[in-house]
Design a protein around this ligand. Structure first.
Ligand SMILES: [Zn+2]
Ligand SMILES: [Zn+2]
Length: 138
């Protein structure tokens, strides 16, 4: 379905986006920075090429959460929206739970399984990677 369109945005609606086409990969991330930034036990991300993603009004405000990484969020309501990294030029991750229909995209893998909280038990059979999972960009 090359022309699939998904929409999403923050809780207050100031930030809205539209994504076109198939995503590259999706991962449930257990890393420390994702957990802290979202104040959540794990964060589900879906990766697109930047030109597949269009912000309809404002762009997310960005915060440099690490040397290479920038996290985008709504400055009004605080919803975490996006992640870009100098280590993955041209690519953007969106939080699956900022999609209007988050059931449409399920994670393929667990990332940073080595950091998973000891009390978080997920009974899926997805591959688990200690840190970054491998992914194809083409
Ligand atoms: Zn907002
Ligand atoms: Zn992470």
């Amino acid at each position: 379905m090359p022309h699939t369109i998904h929409e999403g945005g923050c809780q207050c609606g100031a930030i809205r986006y539209q994504v076109t086409g198939r995503h590259l990969t999706a991962a449930l991330c257990h890393c420390l920075i994702c957990r802290k930034a979202n104040a959540a036990p794990a964060v589900a991300w879906v990766m697109y090429k930047e030109d597949q993603v269009r912000f309809l009004h404002e762009r997310p405000t960005e915060y440099s959460s690490s040397l290479e990484g920038r996290r985008g969020f709504c400055p009004r309501c605080g919803t975490q929206i996006s992640f870009v990294s100098g280590l993955m030029p041209g690519l953007i991750d969106l939080t699956i739970c900022s999609l209007d229909t988050p059931n449409d995209i399920a994670p393929d893998v667990h990332a940073f399984e080595s950091r998973r909280l000891s009390w978080l038990h997920l009974a899926d059979q997805l591959p688990r990677y200690p840190e970054y999972p491998p992914f194809e960009t083409s």
